[in-house]
Design a protein around this ligand. Sequence first.
Ligand SMILES: Nc1ncnc2c1ncn2[C@@H]1O[C@H](COP(=O)(O)OP(=O)(O)O)[C@@H](O)[C@H]1O
Ligand SMILES: [Mg+2]
Length: 308
Amino acid sequence: MTRRLPVVVSTNYKGGVGKTTTSRVLSQAMAAEDSFNKGKPVLVIDLDPQGNTSRRWQLMQTLTDGSRIPKAHPALADEKVNYSSVCDLWLELLGEGPSLAPVPYVTSNPMIHVVPPHEFLMGEAMHIEKASRPKLGMIMRNWLRDVGAAEGERLADRYCCAIIDTQPSKTTLIDAALMAATHCYIPFIPEPQSVDGVYSIISYIHSLSAQRGKDVPLEMLGLLPNMVQNTRLHNMHLKELRSHATFGRYVMPVKMNRRIAYSETDDWRNLPESVTELDGTQIEWEARKWCRHIMQAVQADVMEKANA
Ligand SMILES: Nc1ncnc2c1ncn2[C@@H]1O[C@H](COP(=O)(O)OP(=O)(O)O)[C@@H](O)[C@H]1O
Ligand SMILES: [Mg+2]
């Protein structure tokens, strides 16, 4: 029996609902929770070509043509390409030479390692011919499931959990993330415009889950209410959602309120880095509560039969 790496995806086809913020706060909470991480870092994969997560950790550079690529990686100084991105997995599929395993970057938090995006190569991946699309997810899944990984190189031995941040539109890259995921959650704002579409994502995720065959099931962690304000509109909307006959059970029993500290900690120049370091404050309590809810559901120490 070997340990399976949990892979949590934050997704919603809408932008500005908190995919990046919630996944960042979750990674920081996991990194701070010894009973969850057991001393192993969190692996954050930035699957949004905009690279907001990676920019938070100062891992991106902008080329003169305006496109974004990862910064030089200290361990790759002697290589022809001196950076690494999640697209390294797909180089062969994209006709860009042999594929490589991404080399995660160490961040200012020693318990958080990040694999950044590559804007141009992601553009190529999103427009790959139809027949090759499922391969994006299969290759990513095999990497995260340590298929063929050498002893000592297994991600499940090196990391406690992987978290994937996704882009705000329905693309082949999100399908790839959901194919590689073991768990997913959907942050949303309890307002009519944000709730629209969430139901169809849930149905879509269920259909993907049903197609998995013998692979581990994709567990839906649920809808995470974000930027909640104590207004009549938000209260009414949350109440209606929670009592919805079909979808009510998907709304998580936790929430994130709209608080300036979430956006302040988005800026790498601000200290503390994480809201979970704001000891004894309401926000620290709130963030720990919803993050613990997810950590409990994810159970970092799931064991499975070794990959054949
Ligand atoms: N709970 C919150 N309270 C206050 N600001 C928030 C909260 N969640 C997200 N934000 C801010 O809202 C903006 C959009 O959030 P982001 O996580 O980037 O959304 P997405 O990744 O879904 O596009 C960011 O500026 C972020 O700092
Ligand atoms: Mg984002």
